[in-house]
Ligand binder design. Structure first.
Ligand SMILES: [Zn+2]
Length: 113
């Protein structure tokens, strides 16, 4: 691996780690809300219904956040393993443009299409 590639990967890794921290903080808070850790269940029926609706929205956020967390963790694991930026299907390098746009990409443009 060239020094330049190594430096770029370190920058990407830093970016991924920052994103990971943000997401973990957010999903942690959302999960806390769902468990009623931050506020007790409302007794009033109407308010309970509103709270349930809010929880459905939070649940969706939680799900997409979790998916993103998984893909970031996978990308970080690939950086550690030294096969980051290599298409998992055809084993060819993924273009730098694609990785800039989608740092968690696991496949090259051709295989993903
Ligand atoms: Zn490929």
């Amino acid at each position: 691996m060239s020094d330049d590639t190594d430096r770029k990967q370190q920058q990407l890794k830093q970016k991924l780690l920052e994103r990971l921290v943000v997401l973990e903080a957010r999903t942690g808070r959302i999960t806390g809300d769902l468990r009623h850790e931050s506020h007790p269940v409302e007794q009033d029926f109407a308010e309970q219904a509103t709270q349930r609706e809010n929880e459905e929205v939070l649940g969706a956020l939680d799900e997409s956040g979790r998916r993103e967390l998984d893909s970031i963790r996978a990308a970080l694991a690939r950086i550690e393993a030294g096969d980051y930026g290599i298409c998992r299907r055809c084993r060819q390098p993924i273009s730098p443009e694609r990785l800039r746009a989608l740092p968690t990409a696991l496949e090259c443009v051709r295989c993903a299409a």
